[in-house]
Design a binder for this molecule. Structure first.
Ligand SMILES: Cc1cc2nc3c(=O)[nH]c(=O)nc-3n(C[C@H](O)[C@H](O)[C@H](O)COP(=O)(O)OP(=O)(O)OC[C@H]3O[C@@H](n4cnc5c(N)ncnc54)[C@H](O)[C@@H]3O)c2cc1C
Length: 353
């Protein structure tokens, strides 16, 4: 398979990988092929995922919060984090989602905005995968526009009391700790709400059309009382949650190149073995054109991801590149995702017109 994948690397971008990064790619790819790929059809079909078991395995692999430093995190480069996301999403986007929600949303929020006590309490366990986190920003009526959120936190003595509901929260029902964003009289603030806190419940969303191999939940906060120490002290306003989303989007930019690559490899495999009119359908020029366009479209996506990794490395302090080149990076991320989407669309038409 590695040879088949190498042939899709038309610009020989893998040649630029350091020995260390090549080893990481091969290690994560082997884990993905041996441990994830054999089960993904069932997980997707059943709409379920043994997320807690997998989290322990991802933790042992060293990919949870791998781009963060200290507190048991690997301190890997942005490019290494991207490579891991690519190889995991080559199997399924829901699996990459498990890794990036844990590392880029929940762990990053605690790492960037939490108190020293929060970091010591949660990050080492989350890096190991023995504790899971979720990130509660979206609400039923507040998706792209999180500034319109209705979940509120009010002071009662030294406590905070949270009331509201969150929707589409990855790992919500299985998380040990939820990063919950809520409106206060002083603006949006983040809070750590532990599983089992009275008034805090989660319910899974079933019958999803996509991202089925991923736990997605709604969170209900019914007058949930947490101590003042549950507030993330460094998060002020929407900038807090939005910077977490930037971290996650960076991993997604890389991840989609894995999904696109795998879709193309599967399509080539099918097109070269499916025979119609006396020859493999890959023998027809119309099919070849679709495959060629898909293969060519993969490269801008991968180049964009690699460039963002380089920009991230150069930024000081080392953080998601949207901070150093805001508009261009976001546009590139979208272009990268779109190009991978288009490529996948082309391959779908080969499987079935
Ligand atoms: C499987 C899954 C897992 C998720 N996990 C999490 C999670 O862990 N934590 C969390 O907080 N959220 C999570 N989300 C929520 C996700 O972030 C939201 O779905 C997303 O923010 C979009 O919100 P929405 O679905 O309400 O769409 P809407 O905001 O209603 O948007 C609908 C459409 O309108 C478009 N649109 C909206 N505003 C504009 C505009 N200004 N200009 C042009 N087009 C616009 C959007 O692009 C979209 O196509 C998850 C969602 C899914 C499906």
């Amino acid at each position: 398979m590695t040879d088949a994948l190498s042939r899709l690397d038309l610009l020989d971008l893998d040649a630029d990988l350091s020995d260390e990064n090549r080893l990481l790619r091969d290690t994560v790819r082997k884990f993905a092929d041996d441990r994830l790929r054999p089960h993904i059809r069932d997980w997707f079909e059943d709409g379920s995922l043994p997320a807690r078991d997998l989290a322990l395995e991802f933790g042992a692999l060293g990919v949870l919060g791998m781009h963060l430093t200290g507190y048991g995190c690997a301190g890997a480069s942005a490019t290494q984090y991207g490579i891991a996301c690519t190889e995991i999403e080559a199997v399924d986007s829901g699996l990459r989602s498990l890794v990036s929600v844990q590392g880029s949303l929940a762990m990053f929020a605690i790492h960037a905005f939490g108190s020293e006590e929060h970091k010591q309490r949660w990050l080492p366990e989350m890096a190991k995968g023995s504790a899971l986190g979720c990130f509660g920003l979206t609400e039923a009526d507040s998706g792209s526009d999180p500034g319109s959120m209705r979940t509120r936190a009010t002071r009662d003595g030294t406590d905070w009391v949270l009331h509201g509901a969150k929707m589409w929260i990855t790992n919500g029902s299985i998380a040990d700790v939820a990063v919950v964003w809520a409106r206060t009289p002083d603006g949006i603030r983040g809070f750590l709400v532990e599983k089992g806190t009275p008034g805090f419940t989660a319910q899974d969303v079933h019958h999803k059309l996509s991202l089925r191999a991923s736990v997605t939940s709604s969170l209900s906060l019914d007058e949930v009382r947490v101590p003042a120490s549950a507030e993330l002290p460094m998060a002020r306003g929407l900038r807090g949650p939005l910077s977490c989303l930037n971290e996650a989007r960076y991993g997604i930019v890389w991840g989609v190149t894995g999904a696109a690559r795998d879709a193309l490899a599967s399509t080539i495999d099918y097109a070269t073995t499916r025979t119609q009119f006396g020859r493999p359908i890959a023998g027809f020029q119309l099919t070849q054109r679709k495959l060629a366009e898909a293969a060519v479209a993969l490269n801008p996506a991968r180049l964009t991801a690699q460039r963002l990794g380089e920009l991230w490395r150069r930024s000081t302090p080392m953080r998601a590149p949207t901070r150093c080149t805001p508009s261009s990076s976001v546009k590139n991320s979208r272009a990268s995702t779109r190009s991978a989407d288009q490529r996948a669309t082309g391959t779908v038409t080969i499987f079935s017109n």
